[in-house]
Write a protein that binds this ligand. Structure first.
Ligand code: PEP
Length: 253
């Protein structure tokens, strides 16, 4: 049984005062069956991790460098995230692929660095609108999984997030059929490469305008083990109903 995971990506949003939202999450959080992860900006990680200590809410980074340390001005290593209290890191988000030219190879090196530091890597993949319109979605996903995901994958050290670029921050969501097709495809790729047990153990998240009002429909899709949520993770009042929808989906019907 894969545990459900609700992961929030705050992106470049949030000042120290916004940690109030985390306090509200800690106070309200109910779900036994759902893991909760918030990835705030790097500067807030240590304070967020301290605040969540003793509560079952984990804190993660939004990126890391592939090197353990060295002359890389402005960068943060996986070991530094871990040292600050993070347990996970988002890698290869489409905004970093687009804004920073991150290639699949770079993402794979970063995922290896995360593994070595003992962080769970959330590796993001997803097609552009043009690729979907050209019926290239599955080819793109195949390439991204093959080249971004390192060897040594387990259900503990790796999560894959399927995030169609055209659905991120746009209010557009992929349909349950579109999500199901890609998640089943990713599951098959992982089983093929890492064997059935490991391939089955890796959690697959959907990301792209997940909101309280569409979460249940998305979580009903087979092979959807949770969500990577941007905008709706910034306020506890939006994120809590999404966690609740995931808790409900985890209950035996
Ligand atoms: C994301 O940042 O990964 C994301 C899916 O954003 P949003 O939920 O705002 O579309």
């Amino acid at each position: 049984m894969r545990r459900k995971l609700a992961a929030g990506n705050w992106k470049m949003n949030g000042l120290r005062a916004d940690l109030e939202q985390l306090r509200s999450l800690c106070a309200a959080k109910g779900g036994e069956d759902t893991d909760i992860l918030i990835c705030p900006p790097a500067l807030l990680i240590a304070e967020a991790a301290a605040l969540c200590r003793g509560h079952s809410i984990h804190i993660g980074g939004q990126d890391c460098h592939m090197a353990r340390s060295g002359a890389h001005t402005g960068d943060v290593s996986a070991a530094m995230l871990k040292d600050a209290g993070a347990t996970a890191v988002i890698l290869g988000h489409s905004e970093r692929r687009a804004d920073r030219g991150e290639t699949n190879d770079i993402v794979q090196d970063k995922a290896r660095a995360a593994q070595n530091a003992g962080l769970m890597a959330i590796i993001c993949v997803g097609e552009s609108l043009e690729e979907r319109e050209n019926q290239a979605t599955l080819d793109v996903i195949r390439q991204q999984i093959a080249a971004s995901v390192p060897e040594g994958v387990t259900g503990d050290n790796t999560v894959i997030a399927y995030e169609p670029c055209w659905a991120i921050g746009t209010g557009l969501t992929a349909s349950p059929e579109q999500i199901g097709e890609v998640h089943d495809f990713i599951r098959a790729l992982l089983e093929d490469r890492f064997g059935s047990d490991k391939g089955q153990s890796v959690r697959l998240l959907y990301g792209g305008s997940v909101k309280p009002d569409n979460a249940s429909q998305i979580f009903a899709v087979p092979n959807v083990d949770g969500a990577l949520v941007g905008g709706a993770s910034l306020k506890a009042s939006d994120f809590l109903p999404i966690i609740k929808a995931l808790d409900d989906a985890a209950k035996p019907s």
